[in-house]
Design a protein around this ligand. Structure first.
Ligand code: SAH
Length: 251
């Protein structure tokens, strides 16, 4: 591949602040000429982006997209084709629900060099921060990570809810706050015990982290009462019984 063409780094910033970012992420960010970012990496990391880089907010905030995905991809490729070092910065890991896979494909299609910098995913670290391991020999030997973005009432759902409701493992839901009520209902309708414990962890590993603990039966009402907002990780399963409220990951 032609190095003069520049390079795109698909970078995961981890779930929280600077201390949970990899050394490689710091290195490529500090050497970047262009940084395409959204708000998920959080204030501490965004405030640490180098002054010399051109920084472009490409965030998608709820239904209001600052920039559409194809526009982000075009920008990324265009800058790299100008010979620049481009960082596409994402929260957590770039290949878990971050559209990093699509961005990789686009770079390949344009023959643009790519490096992926993995990050610690919120799906595992955010539950861990309050003592919830996603697997545990006594509670769960498998874990399923799903997006809660989809309306589970939708017939053509890409998620097999019937199968999921019968799983004995842990279910971790990202982007699930909006549809939490429907998700809890569909799991119970398909046979999951309504007393299954559920944890919602908002703004995990950030200074204002907050947890809401309930069951499939109670969690939706609780989330409304407490005005739960994204970003939040939702954990369903026996492992939630290990929650103590103590924060055990250093920020
Ligand atoms: N690639 C990311 C996930 C992107 S999808 C990762 O690996 O973590 C965005 C969703 O991730 C959010 O809606 C939320 O469900 C979750 N998320 C990411 N960071 C989070 C954090 N610090 N606290 C709680 N949830 C977080």
């Amino acid at each position: 591949m032609d190095n003069k063409k520049g390079i795109v780094y698909l970078v995961g910033s981890g779930p929280g602040g600077i201390s949970l970012m990899t050394h490689r992420a710091r290195e490529v960010i500090d050497n970047a000429q262009v940084i395409l970012y959204d708000q998920l990496p959080g204030e501490e990391i965004l405030a640490s982006l180098p002054d010399h880089a051109e920084k472009i907010d490409v965030g998608k905030y709820g239904d209001h997209h600052v920039r559409e995905q194809d526009e982000i991809e075009q920008l990324m490729v265009r800058y790299a084709e100008q010979g620049l070092r481009v960082v596409r910065l994402k929260g957590g890991d770039p290949f878990l629900f971050g559209r990093g896979g699509e961005e990789l494909e686009i770079c390949r299609a344009h023959n643009v060099q790519v490096e992926v910098v993995p990050g610690i995913t919120s799906a595992i670290a955010v539950p861990a921060s309050v003592g919830i391991p996603v697997t545990h020999r006594k509670h769960a030997s498998q874990v399923t990570i799903i997006t809660g973005n989809e309306d589970p009432a939708k017939k053509e759902s890409a998620i097999d809810w019937e199968w999921l409701a019968k799983t004995t493992g842990t279910i971790v839901i990202l982007m699930g706050v909006k549809n939490l009520g429907k998700i809890a209902d569909v799991l119970v309708q398909n046979g999951m015990n309504p007393e299954t414990p559920v944890a919602i962890i908002e703004r995990g590993l950030r200074p204002d982290q907050r947890e809401t603990i309930g069951t499939l039966r109670t969690i939706h009402t609780l989330s409304l009462e407490r005005e739960v907002r994204p970003p939040a990780v939702i954990v369903i399963g026996g492992v939630v019984s290990l929650y103590t409220g103590e924060h055990i990951i250093s920020r």
